[in-house]
Design a protein around this ligand. Structure first.
Ligand code: CP
Length: 320
């Protein structure tokens, strides 16, 4: 595997899930793969889970790890070609990428959506430049539009907790005070469409996810109806993807607190497990009682980030 950006990069899910189970059983069994190799993890924005779990995964595989926070301690980077660099940005990505690549064998990149220009965000300008100019395997640690390491951890978690062969999985939008990217719901939709589940998305009108990720997914705008009989409820806020009206891209179209997942919502499910990628705003996205209930999977889900990252880095190391 030379890049990890989408579900298709992982290949057959059954094989990947078996590999994840084997890694979880003995996470150091592939320690030899990373010997005398270095992973560079580059963060263009904040992170708790991705930062820690990916470092742990790299160490499981015997890799040395360098972490760079671009906005803390590095030169400010210009990312657009053709710009007259007379402002506060001292270095261009086109020099920085090959320099950084010369110190490592594989690179994880964390970027973030600007949420002002749909075309710019969905072109994945920064990630694309890393792929083009680094000459090294690149894996996404969340980009402007996708979060595949999270979606893989979510898939592993559903596999571990499912009580039937084909569970009903509902992705529900929930309110949030700030505009958030679509990366997590995009990837979750992409991965669930390819998984052995009955997948339903519910959100207020105007929040339709990009067809690149959610094409032909079952969308039900009545949240309670969507949640009926659910085995897994995955809550997440996202800002307007601008699919039906590009001028609304990145905006907050609804603050409707009746979408906050509480005990009344969970009562219509099939005693569903609750999932969220974290960080989560309590009593905006989910009530205290639901997130603290025995059916909440938010902690095992976050713990599985180490497993998804170990499998992905292992696949990359096997290919170089
Ligand atoms: N879920 C997730 O990616 O968390 P962080 O933003 O803390 O890495």
């Amino acid at each position: 595997m030379k890049t990890f950006l989408h579900a298709a990069d992982l290949g057959n899910f059954e094989t990947a899930l078996a590999e994840a189970a084997a890694v979880k059983n003995d996470r150091y069994q592939f320690e030899h793969l990373g010997r005398h190799k270095t992973a560079l993890l580059i963060f263009f924005n904040n992170s708790l889970r991705t930062r820690l779990s990916t470092q742990k995964a790299a160490r499981n595989l015997g890799l040395d790890v360098i972490v760079l926070d671009v906005n803390q301690g590095a030169w400010k980077l210009e990312t657009e070609r053709g710009v007259i660099m007379d402002g506060d940005k001292s270095e261009h990505l086109l020099e920085a990428i090959p320099v950084m690549a010369s110190y490592c064998d594989l690179i994880g990149v964390r970027t973030f959506a600007g949420l002002t220009d749909r075309e710019a965000d969905y072109s994945e300008n920064i990630l694309t430049q890393f792929i083009k100019y680094s000459g090294k395997p690149i894996f996404s640690m969340e980009s402007a539009t996708a979060h595949p390491l999270q979606a893989f951890a979510d898939l592993i978690t559903i596999e571990e907790y499912r009580e039937k062969r084909r569970p009903k999985v509902v992705l529900t939008w929930a309110p949030h005070p700030r505009a958030l990217p679509q990366a997590v719901p995009n990837s979750f939709a992409e991965w669930m469409r390819a998984a052995e589940v009955d997948f339903v998305i519910t959100h207020p009108e105007g929040y339709e996810l990009d067809p690149l990720f959610a094409d032909n997914a079952h969308v039900e705008h009545d949240q309670m109806k969507a949640l009926e009989g659910a085995d897994f409820v995955y809550a997440k806020n996202w800002s307007c993807p601008g699919v039906t009206n590009s001028e609304d891209y990145g905006k907050i179209l609804s603050r409707d607190m009746s979408w906050t997942v509480d005990e009344n919502h969970m009562a219509v499910t099939n005693n569903a497990y609750f999932m969220h990628c974290l960080p989560v705003r309590r009593n905006m996205i989910v009530s205290d009682n639901v997130i603290e209930s025995p059916r909440s999977l938010v902690i095992p889900e976050a713990a599985n980030r180490e497993i998804s990252a170990t499998v992905v880095l292992k696949r990359i190391l096997e290919s170089i």
